[in-house]
Design a protein around this ligand. Structure first.
Ligand SMILES: *Cc1c(COP(=O)(O)O)cnc(C)c1O
Length: 392
C-alpha cells in the first residue's frame, strides 16, 4: 500500500504561487493586515477551525511551513501536524502536553537516550515518575500500568537494539485504561507506518533524518489525533517551538524523494544485513531480515518496508579491536544522526545507549550502529569485509 510521493505532493500544491514546481520560501515575523477588523477575523477563523491557516504572526507559520504541514497531515492521515525546530522538540511537545504533576509515564527501555533524559531526569522536578518497560515483553508493560499512568511512550523499533513491539496490543491496553499513547516513528516515517491511523494519539518524526535526507537541515513533526488536540495546542502556544520557512522548504523538497530513497536504503540494508549475519564475529544483526524471528514477524505485521538503520552486536574481549573495526571503515562517516544519503557508523558506548535495564550487555559484547546509505552495496560490503579483519 505504498504511495508515490511525486504524484501525492503535486496534488497538494497544484495552485501554488506562480506555478513554480516547489513552493517559495516565505519569511516573515510581522504579517500586515488591511485593518484591525481583519486581525480579529483571522484569529476568530482559526479558533473556529484549528486546522485552517493561521497567518497572524511568524511564530504561527508562513505559507511555506503551512504547505509542509498540509503534506504531512495527508501522509500521516491524522487530525493535525505540529512542526518543531528539531525532532527532539516534537518529543518535548508531545510529553509535556499531556503530563501533570504526580503522574506516571511508561517508557520503552530502548528509547532514544535524550528522551530517557527528558522523561527520567527532567520530569522529576514536576514529580512525574518514568518507569521503563521491556520492549520484548508485553506482559512487563502490562503489569507496570497503575491508576497513575498517564502516558505510554513507544519507540518502534527501539534505538540501537531495534526491538519491534506488538503495537496493537499497546494501543488496546492504553485505551482500556484511558492512557495516552505516543510513538517515535523516526525510523519508519509515515511512508512505512501510519501510527495515528493505527490508534496512537501522537506520533513523532525527526525531519532531520529521512525527510530531509541530505544531512543539512533539522526539524521535527508531531502528528496527533483529535483527542489530544486541545492539550497539544495549549502547550504549543507557550512553547515557542517553530520551524523556520527555509528549513521547511528543504524538508518539503526532501520528502518528494522520500519513498525512492527509503526503498533503496531498504534494498541496500537488507544485502548488508545478510552479509553481516554470516560473519563469525557478528553475533546479532538488529534488522528485520530473518524470516520467522519474532522481530521480523512484528515488523512485517505493521510496516510496508524498512529503512537503512541497523545495529550489530559484536563479541570480542578486545574492545579496542572493535573500535579499530569502526575506525577502519573507509566509506562510512563517524557522526551522530542518520537518514542522509551517506553511510555512517558509531560505536555505541554506555552514555549513548542510556542506563538501560533490559539490554544486558556482557563485558565482551559491543553494539555498533550502522546507517546504510545509498552507495553501491557491493562497495559497502567490501569495505565492511576489510574492516572486520581488525576484530580480535
Ligand atoms: C534523531 C532522533 C530524534 C531527535 O531528532 P533531532 O532532529 O536530532 O532533534 C528523536 N528520535 C529518534 C528515534 C531519533 O533518531
Amino acid at each position: 500500500m505504498k504511495i508515490n510521493l511525486r504524484t501525492f505532493i503535486k496534488h497538494t500544491s497544484k495552485d501554488f504561487h506562480n506555478r513554480s514546481v516547489n513552493p517559495p520560501v516565505v519569511r516573515t515575523s510581522t504579517i500586515i493586515f488591511k485593518n484591525l477588523q481583519e486581525i480579529e477575523k483571522t484569529q476568530k477563523k482559526y479558533l473556529k477551525d484549528p486546522r485552517s491557516r493561521n497567518f497572524s504572526y511568524g511564530r504561527q507559520g508562513t505559507p511555506t511551513t503551512y504547505e509542509l504541514q498540509q503534506t504531512l497531515t495527508k501522509m500521516e492521515e491524522c487530525y493535525k501536524v505540529y512542526l518543531t525546530s528539531t525532532g527532539f522538540g516534537a518529543v518535548f511537545l508531545a510529553v509535556l502536553s499531556v503530563v501533570n504533576p504526580n503522574d506516571e509515564i511508561l517508557v520503552t527501555d530502548s528509547v532514544y537516550s535524550p528522551t530517557r533524559l527528558l522523561t527520567h531526569e527532567y520530569l522529576k522536578k514536576f514529580n512525574i515518575k518514568s518507569i521503563f518497560y521491556d520492549p520484548k515483553n508485553f506482559n512487563d508493560l502490562k503489569k507496570k500500568v497503575t491508576n497513575k499512568t498517564k502516558l505510554i511512550f513507544v519507540e518502534n523499533p527501539g534505538s540501537n537494539t531495534f526491538e519491534f513491539q506488538d503495537l496493537n496490543k499497546v494501543i488496546s491496553l492504553a485505551k482500556k485504561h484511558k492512557i495516552y499513547t505516543a510513538i517515535d516513528n523516526t525510523w519508519g516515517t509515515p511512508y512505512l507506518l501510519k501510527p495515528i491511523k493505527l490508534g496512537f494519539d501522537m506520533s513523532i518524526v525527526s525531519a532531520t533524518k529521512y525527510y530531509s535526507g541530505h544531512s543539512d537541515v533539522m526539524g521535527g513533526s508531531l502528528a496527533i489525533n483529535k483527542k489530544v488536540f486541545k492539550l497539544i495546542e495549549a502547550t504549543n502556544n507557550v512553547a515557542g517551538l517553530r520551524l523556520s520557512p527555509d528549513d521547511a522548504y528543504f524538508i518539503l523538497r526532501g520528502i518528494r524523494t522520500l519513498d525512492v530513497r527509503i526503498d533503496k536504503h531498504h534494498e541496500n540494508a537488507l544485502k548488508i544485513a545478510k552479509f553481516l549475519s554470516k560473519q563469525k564475529k557478528v553475533t546479532s544483526v538488529y534488522y528485520p531480515y530473518k524470516k520467522n524471528s519474532q522481530n521480523y514477524k512484528l515488523w512485517k505485521k505493521y510496516y510496508s518496508g524498512a529503512s537503512g538503520l541497523m545495529g550489530l552486536k559484536i563479541k570480542s574481549k578486545n574492545k579496542n579491536s572493535v573500535k579499530s573495526f569502526v575506525n577502519s571503515l573507509k566509506l562510512f562517516g563517524y557522526g551522530f544522526s542518520w537518514g542522509g544519503f551517506e553511510s555512517l557508523a558509531l560505536y555505541q558506548n554506555q552514555k549513548q545507549l542510556g542506563k538501560r535495564s533490559f539490554t544486558n550487555l556482557k563485558n565482551d559484547e559491543h553494539i555498533i550502529r550502522l546507517h546504510i546509505g545509498l552507495e553501491d552495496p557491493k562497495d559497502i560490503i567490501d569495505d565492511l569485509k576489510q574492516a572486520l579483519k581488525k576484530i580480535k
